[in-house]
Design a protein around this ligand. Structure first.
Ligand code: NAD
Ligand code: DAU
Length: 353
């Protein structure tokens, strides 16, 4: 049995579904079900004894201690976080609470549990922390991509809180010997992505006939990775990663935001043509994100060299699959759209549109 935190979110749910397609080993999935947690995503697992869902906050020490004592996992994979940069600018407190204090509370509970294991189980145990490339800050156009030795320079409350969690995880290995692994991944995209983030927001706004709000000049660069490739990287690091190491995970796929939006519009023009004109006509430039990082790029050579992982999808294949998934799942989209998301969209875009 493995324990996953945040398994009802975008990457966590993809991880749970992929894992159970490939393994008989069960998962206990601990999630607080914030606005970003969506159990509808895991509907196909209802009645499957390999998936046990526990509704709990990682900051609730007694609840986490109970789950660990009851299910005795061989590994903890920590996905749970507040994850949206714009939300962290509007309300940083939840980010410090979950990403820093929550991770600390989880680490303490795991350390206590790990200390109860026998010598072999202690050696085999893993705590895998899922982190982000944003902890490294922002690159200039001609800077080399982030490597595992790039100095931390987080710029948003989100990335600062993730950096704090990375440092705690590192310290728990250095000080207590907890067998930790950390992955720092670039921007993910794919099915079940909450439509507050660039790619799903653009797809859904486009087909709803709404404007496509590009921040600033649209030239900020991200390094996109299809979510199932990230999940495969995490499985690889869990099974073969060297304890105490960090691994950068990326798609070798840098692209400016405006180019991403153009690609999405072109795919939609082909896959769901409008009566007249192109989806590109809906693009609007809106006020930039405060402190907006200009460029992220990942040097993923270490995980390839040491563990043999490389992304399987190209951006062309992954983006097409993603657009198709959103077109094929109107009910999932409707469920999300009836929730908190609507209020969030108003807060974020009312002044610029
Ligand atoms: P998400 O926002 O879609 O999902 C987060 C999940 O965590 C939700 O199910 C939510 O309910 C849960 N959660 C939040 N606070 C919690 C708490 N206190 N206790 C228990 N559960 C809680 O996020 P995501 O995009 O799936 O990201 C998952 C992880 O991967 C995060 O740690 C994020 O920093 C990291 N990451 C994300 C990306 C990306 O592009 N999305 C890239 C690199 C790393
Ligand atoms: O790099 C990894 C990170 O990627 C993860 O750690 C974060 O959890 C994840 O949210 C993501 O952060 P970004 O801020 O890069 O992702 P987002 O989808 O919010 O924005 C991508 C780019 O698109 C960014 O430059 C801002 C821009 N953008 C975003 C939105 C929502 C727009 O131009 N318009 C928009 O409406």
């Amino acid at each position: 049995m493995i324990l996953v935190t945040g398994g009802a979110g975008f990457i966590g749910s993809n991880f749970v579904l992929d894992w159970l397609r490939q393994h008989d080993e069960g998962i206990v999935n601990v999630d607080k079900l914030t606005y970003a947690g969506n159990l509808a995503t895991l509907k196909s697992l209802s009645g499957d004894p390999r998936h046990i869902f526990v509704h709990a906050d990682i900051g609730d020490a007694p609840a986490i201690e109970r789950v660990l004592a009851e299910h005795r996992p061989r590994a903890v994979l920590h996905f749970a976080a507040e994850s949206h940069v714009d939300r962290s600018i509007h309300g940083p407190a939840a980010f410090v609470q979950t990403n820093v204090v929550g991770t600390f509370t989880l680490l303490e509970a795991v350390r206590g549990y790990w200390n109860t294991l026998d010598a072999d189980a202690r050696l085999a145990f893993r705590f895998l922390h899922v982190s982000t490339d944003e902890v490294f800050g922002s690159l200039n156009a001609d800077d080399p991509p982030f490597s595992e030795t790039t100095a931390y320079a987080p710029n948003s409350p989100y990335s600062a809180s993730k950096a704090g969690s990375d440092h705690l995880v590192r310290a728990y290995h250095h000080t207590y010997g907890l067998p930790v692994l950390t992955t720092n991944c670039s921007n993910n995209y794919g099915p079940h992505h909450f439509p507050e983030k660039l790619i799903p927001l653009m797809i859904l706004n486009a087909i709803d006939g709404k404007s496509l709000p590009v921040y600033g000049d649209g030239k900020n660069v991200r390094d996109w990775l299809y979510v199932s490739d990230h999940c495969a990287a995490i499985r690889t690091v869990l099974s073969a990663g060297r304890v105490g190491e960090t691994y950068n995970v990326g798609g070798w796929n840098e692209m400016a935001n405006l180019d991403v939006v153009h690609l999405l519009c072109d795919l939609l023009d082909e896959m769901k043509p409008k009566a007249s004109g192109s989806y590109r006509d809906q693009i609007t430039f809106v006020t930039d994100r405060p402190g907006h990082d200009r460029r992220y790029a990942i040097d993923a050579r270490k995980i390839e060299r040491e563990l043999g992982w490389r992304p399987a999808e190209t951006f062309a294949t992954g983006l097409r699959k993603t657009v198709q998934w959103y077109l094929d799942h109107p009910q999932w989209v409707r469920d999300v759209a009836t929730g908190d998301y609507r209020k969030w969209v108003q807060t974020q875009y009312s002044s610029s549109n």
